[in-house]
Design a protein around this ligand. Structure first.
Ligand SMILES: *Cc1c(COP(=O)(O)O)cnc(C)c1O
Length: 428
């Protein structure tokens, strides 16, 4: 799309946006003056669908009226509650419904997946992860390594080439060529949380598996943001959270994908709980664990219903909008408009860390202010005071995520205007 640097152009884009009505299905936090905030933190905590309260209320009332009978009765019996999500989640991550399950939280799921898919031997014991991976992922990987009796050298942190901030496809291939025989597990970031870069998941998965390693993906910043095809890419497992782009509330239950090819492996190691037991005989309460022939086998406990209900509310919006493709289409325009305005109005005053090719990034742009840290912090403070909610990473990077479900082109336009004002205030 060809962009123009003007407010009327931004307003016109909003007017013509086929998804513009969806903003009304979310609560937008307010500024002190009563106006909507310019909210760009959907990559950290997605906003609340207006329907969410009703979904939760329904379950609370059911508990009031039915007590334990709620497990079997009502429109969404608790016994099967998570099953009402799997079709939508499968659509969002590109999986078959029996390959996905909402459960636990992201880091817990990562550990449970590593119990099954990180099975180190004396010669093949390493985990490959990207440098600057989200801390929780690093801690989880390192603690698994130590749990198995290996040392720090077993964690390979893949760094970009000197002078670069982004990893290239080649970087992944090189390390796999060099150390592939020793790598037991590759942990890919679907979208890197700091840079917003999309990982070439399909290619790296095939490359790593050809060298004998398992591949898992952390989709925290990818799910609900970019199209995914986990099943066709043959990914072994994936984990994600529902509170970022999937708008299901702080600390929402997480998600997990296990490829079908692993579902009936009789030698599979896993930590087991009663909710993973084959459903047809679960309530016979037998002494022997018989796993479900699906990703549900990895469940431990019966799930927190209120959280699952909030995810249902969110999924309803994704279903109505027609899935990821229409969102992605708007997202590319929205973020490209942000990039265009930054380049046009603030050139030389900031750098963009995220990839410049829209196909290699999600909705987020990571913006590096070219000012000293104190001034940068002051600029960010000015934005906060003027109704912008974005994310700050020391020493001078701002992560800005325009979300196609509820952000407008005008939000992006105002943001750049305010940033320009902030930058010139500090300079003068
Ligand atoms: C947000 C995020 C997490 C958060 O983990 P929780 O277990 O949900 O607290 C983990 N990893 C990545 C990459 C994230 O972006």
């Amino acid at each position: 799309m060809k962009f123009e640097n003007s407010e009327s152009f931004a307003r016109d884009l909003d007017e013509r946006d086929p998804l513009k009505a969806y903003r009304d299905q979310f609560y937008i936090p307010k500024q002190k003056n009563g106006e909507d905030e310019f909210y760009f933190c959907g990559n950290s905590l997605g906003l609340q669908p207006t329907s969410c309260q009703r979904y939760l209320q329904q379950e609370l009332e059911k508990w009031q009226e039915l007590g334990v009978k709620g497990h079997m009765r009502g429109e969404f019996p608790w016994m099967h509650h998570h099953e009402f999500l799997v079709d939508d989640l499968a659509m969002i991550v590109g999986a078959q419904p029996q390959e996905v399950v909402p459960m636990n939280s992201l880091t817990t799921n990562l550990h449970l997946m590593m119990v099954s898919f990180y099975r180190p031997s004396a010669s093949r014991y390493k985990i490959l992860i990207e440098d600057h991976a989200f801390p929780s992922d690093q801690y989880a990987a390192m603690s698994q390594i130590k749990f198995h009796g290996f040392e720090e050298d077993a964690l390979i942190r893949l760094k970009p080439k000197p002078g670069k901030q982004l990893l290239s496809h080649e970087d992944w291939k090189e390390v796999l060529d060099r150390e592939g025989e020793q790598i037991a597990l590759v942990l890919l970031p679907g979208v890197q949380y700091y840079t917003g870069q999309v990982c070439p998941m399909k290619e790296v998965t095939a490359y790593a598996q050809n060298r004998g390693s398992m591949v898992g993906i952390d989709l925290a910043h990818a799910v609900g943001n970019i199209p995914l095809s986990l099943h066709d890419w043959d990914v072994d497992f994936a984990v994600w959270c529902h509170y970022k782009y999937l708008n299901s509330g702080p600390g929402a239950v997480g998600g997990c994908f296990v490829h079908k090819k692993h579902h009936t492996d009789p030698l599979m190691h896993r930590f087991a709980g009663w909710w993973g037991h084959d459903k047809s005989t679960r309530f016979k309460m037998g002494d022997t664990f018989i796993p479900s022939a699906s990703a549900e086998a990895w469940q431990l406990s019966n799930p927190p219903i209120l959280s699952v209900a909030a995810i249902r509310a969110s999924m309803q919006v994704f279903r109505e909008v027609g899935g990821i493709d229409p969102l992605r289409k708007k997202s590319v325009d929205l973020t490209s408009f942000l990039e265009f305005l930054l380049q046009t109005r603030l050139s030389g005053k900031l750098g963009i860390v995220s990839p410049r090719d829209p196909s290699q990034r999600g909705c987020q742009l990571s913006i590096e202010l070219q000012a000293n840290p104190a001034n940068s912090k002051q600029i960010f403070g000015f934005l906060l005071q003027n109704g912008v909610t974005a994310d700050w990473r020391e020493p001078n990077v701002m992560r800005v995520a325009p979300v196609p479900l509820y952000n407008r082109f005008m939000d992006v336009y105002r943001f750049v205007e305010l940033l320009e004002e902030g930058v010139s205030n500090v300079r003068s």
